[in-house]
Design a protein around this ligand. Structure first.
Ligand code: GCU
Length: 386
Protein backbone atom coordinates (compact mmCIF):
# COMPACT_ATOMS: atom_id res chain seq x y z
CA UNK A 1 0.00 0.00 0.00
CA UNK A 2 1.39 3.36 -1.03
CA UNK A 3 0.44 6.52 0.76
CA UNK A 4 0.97 10.20 0.29
CA UNK A 5 1.15 12.92 2.88
CA UNK A 6 -1.68 15.44 2.56
CA UNK A 7 -1.08 18.31 4.98
CA UNK A 8 -1.04 16.44 8.27
CA UNK A 9 -3.21 13.47 7.38
CA UNK A 10 -2.01 10.36 5.73
CA UNK A 11 -4.35 9.24 2.95
CA UNK A 12 -3.89 5.75 1.65
CA UNK A 13 -4.14 5.19 -2.07
CA UNK A 14 -5.79 2.00 -3.13
CA UNK A 15 -3.98 -0.31 -5.56
CA UNK A 16 -6.09 -3.35 -4.85
CA UNK A 17 -8.83 -4.18 -7.37
CA UNK A 18 -10.74 -6.02 -4.63
CA UNK A 19 -10.98 -2.79 -2.65
CA UNK A 20 -12.52 -0.70 -5.41
CA UNK A 21 -15.82 0.52 -3.90
CA UNK A 22 -19.05 -0.38 -5.62
CA UNK A 23 -20.27 2.59 -7.61
CA UNK A 24 -22.87 3.61 -10.13
CA UNK A 25 -21.58 5.62 -13.05
CA UNK A 26 -23.71 8.53 -14.22
CA UNK A 27 -25.41 7.38 -17.43
CA UNK A 28 -23.89 9.16 -20.40
CA UNK A 29 -27.09 8.78 -22.40
CA UNK A 30 -29.64 9.72 -19.75
CA UNK A 31 -30.51 13.39 -20.02
CA UNK A 32 -31.33 15.53 -17.01
CA UNK A 33 -34.99 15.26 -18.02
CA UNK A 34 -34.58 11.46 -17.47
CA UNK A 35 -35.12 10.93 -21.17
CA UNK A 36 -32.76 8.32 -22.59
CA UNK A 37 -31.03 9.53 -25.72
CA UNK A 38 -31.19 7.10 -28.64
CA UNK A 39 -30.14 9.18 -31.62
CA UNK A 40 -27.48 11.62 -32.77
CA UNK A 41 -29.88 14.53 -32.92
CA UNK A 42 -30.87 14.30 -29.25
CA UNK A 43 -27.26 13.61 -28.30
CA UNK A 44 -26.01 16.72 -30.08
CA UNK A 45 -28.90 19.00 -29.13
CA UNK A 46 -29.67 17.87 -25.59
CA UNK A 47 -27.29 15.53 -23.81
CA UNK A 48 -23.94 16.63 -25.21
CA UNK A 49 -24.44 20.33 -24.27
CA UNK A 50 -25.58 19.24 -20.78
CA UNK A 51 -22.42 17.20 -20.27
CA UNK A 52 -20.16 19.96 -21.57
CA UNK A 53 -21.73 22.31 -19.03
CA UNK A 54 -21.27 19.74 -16.25
CA UNK A 55 -17.54 19.56 -16.98
CA UNK A 56 -17.25 23.35 -17.15
CA UNK A 57 -19.14 23.88 -13.92
CA UNK A 58 -17.60 21.10 -11.89
CA UNK A 59 -14.18 20.21 -13.28
CA UNK A 60 -12.22 22.24 -15.83
CA UNK A 61 -13.96 25.61 -15.63
CA UNK A 62 -15.17 27.89 -18.37
CA UNK A 63 -13.52 28.13 -21.76
CA UNK A 64 -13.54 31.77 -22.89
CA UNK A 65 -14.14 31.94 -26.62
CA UNK A 66 -13.55 35.62 -27.44
CA UNK A 67 -10.52 37.93 -27.38
CA UNK A 68 -9.71 41.37 -28.79
CA UNK A 69 -6.80 40.57 -31.07
CA UNK A 70 -4.99 37.59 -32.60
CA UNK A 71 -1.67 37.88 -34.42
CA UNK A 72 1.06 35.51 -35.44
CA UNK A 73 4.45 35.82 -37.01
CA UNK A 74 7.07 33.36 -38.21
CA UNK A 75 10.01 34.18 -35.95
CA UNK A 76 12.42 31.80 -37.56
CA UNK A 77 12.36 29.25 -40.34
CA UNK A 78 14.64 26.73 -41.94
CA UNK A 79 13.54 25.07 -45.15
CA UNK A 80 16.29 22.44 -44.90
CA UNK A 81 15.86 21.25 -41.38
CA UNK A 82 16.37 17.57 -40.40
CA UNK A 83 18.86 17.15 -43.24
CA UNK A 84 16.39 18.60 -45.70
CA UNK A 85 13.42 16.39 -44.90
CA UNK A 86 11.51 19.08 -43.01
CA UNK A 87 10.69 22.74 -43.14
CA UNK A 88 10.96 24.27 -39.66
CA UNK A 89 8.74 27.17 -38.66
CA UNK A 90 8.96 28.81 -35.26
CA UNK A 91 5.78 30.78 -34.85
CA UNK A 92 4.91 33.38 -32.23
CA UNK A 93 1.19 33.62 -31.56
CA UNK A 94 0.10 36.71 -29.63
CA UNK A 95 -3.43 36.92 -28.27
CA UNK A 96 -4.66 40.11 -26.62
CA UNK A 97 -7.67 40.78 -24.43
CA UNK A 98 -8.31 43.62 -21.95
CA UNK A 99 -4.94 45.10 -23.02
CA UNK A 100 -3.10 42.01 -21.84
CA UNK A 101 -1.20 39.80 -24.25
CA UNK A 102 -0.19 36.18 -23.97
CA UNK A 103 2.49 34.82 -26.30
CA UNK A 104 2.47 31.18 -27.33
CA UNK A 105 5.51 29.75 -29.11
CA UNK A 106 4.85 27.06 -31.65
CA UNK A 107 7.54 24.74 -33.01
CA UNK A 108 6.39 23.22 -36.30
CA UNK A 109 8.11 20.89 -38.75
CA UNK A 110 6.45 20.24 -42.13
CA UNK A 111 7.66 17.33 -44.28
CA UNK A 112 9.29 18.46 -47.53
CA UNK A 113 8.91 16.74 -50.90
CA UNK A 114 5.28 15.69 -50.43
CA UNK A 115 2.05 17.24 -51.57
CA UNK A 116 0.61 19.98 -49.33
CA UNK A 117 -1.44 20.49 -47.28
CA UNK A 118 -0.49 17.71 -44.85
CA UNK A 119 -2.13 16.42 -41.65
CA UNK A 120 -0.33 17.24 -38.39
CA UNK A 121 0.26 16.04 -34.85
CA UNK A 122 0.25 18.74 -32.18
CA UNK A 123 1.73 17.99 -28.73
CA UNK A 124 0.79 19.87 -25.57
CA UNK A 125 4.27 19.70 -24.00
CA UNK A 126 4.22 19.48 -20.21
CA UNK A 127 7.86 18.40 -19.89
CA UNK A 128 11.20 20.11 -20.62
CA UNK A 129 11.39 22.36 -23.68
CA UNK A 130 14.43 20.33 -24.77
CA UNK A 131 11.95 17.58 -25.75
CA UNK A 132 10.69 19.75 -28.60
CA UNK A 133 13.97 21.37 -29.62
CA UNK A 134 13.70 23.21 -32.96
CA UNK A 135 17.41 22.70 -33.61
CA UNK A 136 17.17 18.95 -32.92
CA UNK A 137 20.19 19.17 -30.62
CA UNK A 138 18.35 16.81 -28.28
CA UNK A 139 16.24 13.98 -29.63
CA UNK A 140 13.58 12.40 -27.46
CA UNK A 141 11.03 9.62 -27.70
CA UNK A 142 8.59 11.95 -25.96
CA UNK A 143 8.28 13.93 -29.20
CA UNK A 144 9.99 11.87 -31.90
CA UNK A 145 9.62 14.51 -34.59
CA UNK A 146 11.75 12.72 -37.18
CA UNK A 147 9.60 9.59 -36.89
CA UNK A 148 6.42 11.63 -37.43
CA UNK A 149 7.93 13.51 -40.40
CA UNK A 150 9.02 10.19 -41.96
CA UNK A 151 5.39 9.06 -41.75
CA UNK A 152 4.29 12.07 -43.82
CA UNK A 153 2.79 14.20 -41.06
CA UNK A 154 3.73 17.65 -39.88
CA UNK A 155 4.64 17.69 -36.19
CA UNK A 156 4.14 20.59 -33.82
CA UNK A 157 4.40 21.43 -30.12
CA UNK A 158 3.91 24.22 -27.64
CA UNK A 159 4.92 24.38 -24.01
CA UNK A 160 2.25 24.55 -21.30
CA UNK A 161 4.11 27.27 -19.38
CA UNK A 162 3.45 29.72 -22.21
CA UNK A 163 -0.26 29.39 -21.46
CA UNK A 164 -0.18 28.88 -17.69
CA UNK A 165 2.93 28.18 -15.65
CA UNK A 166 2.52 24.78 -14.02
CA UNK A 167 2.76 26.02 -10.46
CA UNK A 168 0.17 26.93 -7.85
CA UNK A 169 1.69 30.36 -7.23
CA UNK A 170 2.19 31.46 -10.83
CA UNK A 171 -0.42 29.72 -13.02
CA UNK A 172 -2.26 33.07 -13.24
CA UNK A 173 0.58 34.54 -15.25
CA UNK A 174 -0.51 33.58 -18.76
CA UNK A 175 -3.91 33.15 -20.39
CA UNK A 176 -5.58 34.09 -17.10
CA UNK A 177 -4.20 37.65 -17.39
CA UNK A 178 -6.58 37.96 -20.36
CA UNK A 179 -9.54 36.67 -18.39
CA UNK A 180 -9.09 37.93 -14.79
CA UNK A 181 -12.78 37.28 -14.02
CA UNK A 182 -11.98 33.56 -14.21
CA UNK A 183 -9.85 33.82 -11.09
CA UNK A 184 -12.81 34.82 -8.96
CA UNK A 185 -15.35 32.29 -10.22
CA UNK A 186 -15.92 28.86 -8.70
CA UNK A 187 -16.21 27.63 -12.27
CA UNK A 188 -13.22 29.67 -13.46
CA UNK A 189 -10.61 28.01 -15.67
CA UNK A 190 -7.19 27.27 -14.23
CA UNK A 191 -4.01 25.82 -15.70
CA UNK A 192 -5.43 22.78 -17.52
CA UNK A 193 -8.20 24.93 -19.01
CA UNK A 194 -5.60 27.46 -20.12
CA UNK A 195 -3.48 24.78 -21.81
CA UNK A 196 -6.55 23.53 -23.68
CA UNK A 197 -7.38 27.12 -24.68
CA UNK A 198 -3.87 27.52 -26.08
CA UNK A 199 -4.24 24.35 -28.17
CA UNK A 200 -7.25 25.98 -29.82
CA UNK A 201 -5.23 29.13 -30.57
CA UNK A 202 -2.74 26.91 -32.37
CA UNK A 203 -5.61 25.42 -34.32
CA UNK A 204 -6.48 29.01 -35.32
CA UNK A 205 -2.93 29.30 -36.66
CA UNK A 206 -3.16 25.98 -38.57
CA UNK A 207 -6.25 27.33 -40.33
CA UNK A 208 -3.97 30.05 -41.68
CA UNK A 209 -1.01 27.91 -42.76
CA UNK A 210 -1.40 26.61 -46.31
CA UNK A 211 1.03 23.75 -45.65
CA UNK A 212 -1.27 22.29 -43.00
CA UNK A 213 -4.58 20.47 -43.47
CA UNK A 214 -6.42 21.93 -40.48
CA UNK A 215 -9.18 19.34 -40.89
CA UNK A 216 -6.66 16.62 -40.01
CA UNK A 217 -5.05 17.68 -36.74
CA UNK A 218 -4.27 15.04 -34.12
CA UNK A 219 -4.04 16.62 -30.69
CA UNK A 220 -1.76 14.71 -28.32
CA UNK A 221 -0.73 15.06 -24.72
CA UNK A 222 0.88 13.00 -21.99
CA UNK A 223 -0.42 12.74 -18.45
CA UNK A 224 -1.41 16.26 -17.33
CA UNK A 225 -1.01 17.20 -21.00
CA UNK A 226 -3.29 14.24 -21.85
CA UNK A 227 -5.96 15.60 -19.50
CA UNK A 228 -5.71 18.90 -21.39
CA UNK A 229 -5.82 17.17 -24.79
CA UNK A 230 -9.15 15.52 -23.92
CA UNK A 231 -10.64 18.75 -22.62
CA UNK A 232 -9.44 20.72 -25.67
CA UNK A 233 -10.83 18.14 -28.11
CA UNK A 234 -14.13 18.03 -26.20
CA UNK A 235 -14.42 21.82 -26.43
CA UNK A 236 -13.10 22.33 -29.93
CA UNK A 237 -14.48 20.02 -32.59
CA UNK A 238 -11.94 21.28 -35.13
CA UNK A 239 -9.48 18.71 -33.69
CA UNK A 240 -9.93 15.64 -35.85
CA UNK A 241 -8.49 13.15 -33.37
CA UNK A 242 -7.39 13.10 -29.75
CA UNK A 243 -4.54 11.14 -28.15
CA UNK A 244 -4.50 11.01 -24.37
CA UNK A 245 -1.39 9.21 -23.17
CA UNK A 246 -1.29 7.95 -19.54
CA UNK A 247 -3.71 10.73 -18.57
CA UNK A 248 -5.02 9.05 -15.41
CA UNK A 249 -7.13 10.88 -12.86
CA UNK A 250 -9.33 13.63 -14.34
CA UNK A 251 -7.97 12.51 -17.70
CA UNK A 252 -9.37 9.30 -19.16
CA UNK A 253 -9.59 7.25 -15.92
CA UNK A 254 -12.84 6.80 -13.99
CA UNK A 255 -12.86 8.77 -10.72
CA UNK A 256 -15.61 6.71 -9.08
CA UNK A 257 -13.20 3.76 -8.78
CA UNK A 258 -10.86 5.62 -6.44
CA UNK A 259 -8.00 3.43 -7.68
CA UNK A 260 -4.56 5.06 -7.59
CA UNK A 261 -4.78 8.83 -7.69
CA UNK A 262 -7.99 10.28 -6.25
CA UNK A 263 -9.71 13.63 -6.69
CA UNK A 264 -8.59 14.67 -3.23
CA UNK A 265 -4.99 13.77 -4.02
CA UNK A 266 -4.95 15.63 -7.32
CA UNK A 267 -6.67 18.74 -5.95
CA UNK A 268 -4.30 18.86 -2.99
CA UNK A 269 -1.05 18.46 -4.90
CA UNK A 270 -2.20 20.48 -7.91
CA UNK A 271 -4.68 23.07 -6.62
CA UNK A 272 -4.01 25.19 -9.71
CA UNK A 273 -5.21 22.68 -12.34
CA UNK A 274 -9.00 22.55 -12.04
CA UNK A 275 -11.85 24.91 -11.15
CA UNK A 276 -12.37 25.54 -7.45
CA UNK A 277 -15.76 23.85 -7.70
CA UNK A 278 -13.96 20.54 -8.30
CA UNK A 279 -12.73 20.54 -4.70
CA UNK A 280 -16.32 19.78 -3.61
CA UNK A 281 -15.69 16.26 -4.79
CA UNK A 282 -12.60 15.66 -2.68
CA UNK A 283 -13.19 12.32 -0.99
CA UNK A 284 -16.73 12.60 -2.35
CA UNK A 285 -16.65 10.90 -5.76
CA UNK A 286 -20.13 9.46 -5.37
CA UNK A 287 -21.55 13.00 -5.54
CA UNK A 288 -20.07 13.60 -9.00
CA UNK A 289 -22.77 14.14 -11.65
CA UNK A 290 -20.27 12.92 -14.25
CA UNK A 291 -17.24 10.77 -14.80
CA UNK A 292 -14.46 10.71 -17.34
CA UNK A 293 -16.21 8.32 -19.78
CA UNK A 294 -18.45 11.31 -20.45
CA UNK A 295 -15.46 13.44 -21.36
CA UNK A 296 -14.29 10.87 -23.91
CA UNK A 297 -17.87 10.70 -25.21
CA UNK A 298 -17.91 14.45 -25.90
CA UNK A 299 -15.29 13.85 -28.59
CA UNK A 300 -17.49 11.43 -30.56
CA UNK A 301 -17.68 10.76 -33.45
CA UNK A 302 -14.03 11.83 -33.76
CA UNK A 303 -11.45 9.15 -32.86
CA UNK A 304 -9.85 8.95 -29.44
CA UNK A 305 -6.69 7.01 -28.60
CA UNK A 306 -6.00 6.35 -24.93
CA UNK A 307 -3.01 4.57 -23.38
CA UNK A 308 -1.50 3.32 -20.16
CA UNK A 309 1.81 1.91 -19.00
CA UNK A 310 2.03 -1.35 -17.07
CA UNK A 311 3.94 0.11 -14.13
CA UNK A 312 1.80 3.22 -13.89
CA UNK A 313 -0.94 2.09 -11.51
CA UNK A 314 -1.28 5.66 -10.23
CA UNK A 315 -3.11 6.37 -13.53
CA UNK A 316 -5.47 3.35 -13.10
CA UNK A 317 -5.17 1.39 -16.35
CA UNK A 318 -8.31 -0.70 -15.72
CA UNK A 319 -10.37 2.40 -14.93
CA UNK A 320 -9.03 4.05 -18.06
CA UNK A 321 -9.99 1.15 -20.28
CA UNK A 322 -13.47 0.94 -18.69
CA UNK A 323 -14.02 4.61 -19.36
CA UNK A 324 -13.24 4.12 -23.04
CA UNK A 325 -15.58 1.11 -23.16
CA UNK A 326 -18.44 3.18 -21.70
CA UNK A 327 -17.91 5.79 -24.41
CA UNK A 328 -18.71 3.11 -27.04
CA UNK A 329 -22.39 3.78 -26.41
CA UNK A 330 -22.11 7.29 -27.78
CA UNK A 331 -20.03 6.22 -30.78
CA UNK A 332 -22.77 3.64 -31.33
CA UNK A 333 -25.30 6.44 -31.87
CA UNK A 334 -23.14 7.43 -34.85
CA UNK A 335 -23.13 3.79 -36.01
CA UNK A 336 -19.41 3.63 -35.35
CA UNK A 337 -18.39 0.22 -34.20
CA UNK A 338 -15.60 -0.02 -31.67
CA UNK A 339 -13.01 -2.77 -32.08
CA UNK A 340 -12.06 -2.79 -28.41
CA UNK A 341 -12.04 -6.14 -26.59
CA UNK A 342 -14.37 -6.77 -23.62
CA UNK A 343 -11.68 -6.30 -21.00
CA UNK A 344 -8.31 -4.61 -20.80
CA UNK A 345 -5.94 -6.13 -23.38
CA UNK A 346 -2.59 -7.70 -22.57
CA UNK A 347 0.51 -5.57 -22.28
CA UNK A 348 1.98 -4.53 -25.66
CA UNK A 349 -1.13 -5.69 -27.54
CA UNK A 350 -2.36 -2.45 -29.13
CA UNK A 351 -5.95 -2.19 -30.35
CA UNK A 352 -5.30 0.30 -33.10
CA UNK A 353 -8.52 1.01 -34.94
CA UNK A 354 -10.65 4.14 -34.97
CA UNK A 355 -12.86 5.32 -33.44
CA UNK A 356 -11.67 4.04 -30.03
CA UNK A 357 -8.09 2.82 -29.77
CA UNK A 358 -6.17 1.64 -26.73
CA UNK A 359 -2.93 0.11 -25.62
CA UNK A 360 -1.07 -0.61 -22.42
CA UNK A 361 2.67 -0.48 -22.95
CA UNK A 362 5.16 -2.31 -20.83
CA UNK A 363 7.07 0.09 -18.61
CA UNK A 364 6.76 3.33 -16.73
CA UNK A 365 4.70 6.50 -16.94
CA UNK A 366 6.02 8.10 -20.12
CA UNK A 367 5.32 8.70 -23.80
CA UNK A 368 7.70 6.87 -26.09
CA UNK A 369 8.51 6.20 -29.69
CA UNK A 370 6.56 2.92 -29.37
CA UNK A 371 3.46 4.86 -28.33
CA UNK A 372 3.89 7.30 -31.22
CA UNK A 373 4.22 4.44 -33.72
CA UNK A 374 0.72 3.26 -32.70
CA UNK A 375 -0.74 6.79 -32.87
CA UNK A 376 0.62 7.18 -36.39
CA UNK A 377 -0.87 3.83 -37.43
CA UNK A 378 -4.25 4.91 -36.06
CA UNK A 379 -4.08 8.27 -37.86
CA UNK A 380 -3.12 6.50 -41.11
CA UNK A 381 -6.14 4.21 -40.80
CA UNK A 382 -8.50 7.09 -40.11
CA UNK A 383 -7.31 9.71 -42.57
CA UNK A 384 -6.85 7.23 -45.41
CA UNK A 385 -10.42 6.02 -44.98
CA UNK A 386 -11.79 9.55 -45.43
C1 GCU B 1 1.35 13.53 -11.21
C2 GCU B 1 -0.15 13.71 -11.11
C3 GCU B 1 -0.87 13.09 -12.29
C4 GCU B 1 -0.28 13.58 -13.57
C5 GCU B 1 1.22 13.34 -13.59
C6 GCU B 1 1.95 13.88 -14.82
O1 GCU B 1 1.67 12.18 -11.04
O2 GCU B 1 -0.57 13.16 -9.88
O3 GCU B 1 -2.26 13.40 -12.24
O4 GCU B 1 -0.92 12.95 -14.66
O5 GCU B 1 1.79 13.97 -12.47
O6 GCU B 1 1.52 14.88 -15.40
O7 GCU B 1 2.97 13.28 -15.19
Amino acid sequence: VYSILLSTELIAQNYDEAKVPSYILPDVLKAQSEKVVTNVKDWENIRRPEILTLFEENVYGQMPKTFDKYEFKIKNENKHSMNGKAHLKEVEIAVTNHNQTVMIHLVLFVPTGIKKPVPAFLLINNRGKNNTSPTRDTLSGFWPAEQVIDAGYAVAAFHVNDAAPDHKDSYQNGVLRLYPEQLKAGNGMKAIGAWAWAASRIMDYFENDKDIDASKIVLTGHSRGGKASLWAAAQDSRFAMCVSNCSGNTGAALSHRRFGETIQAINTTFPHWFADNYKKFNDNESALPLDQHMLVSLIAPRPVYVTNASEDLWADPVGTFLSLKEAERVYGLYKLKSALPESIPAINMPFVKPPLAYHIREGVHDMTSYDWAQFIKNADLYFKSR
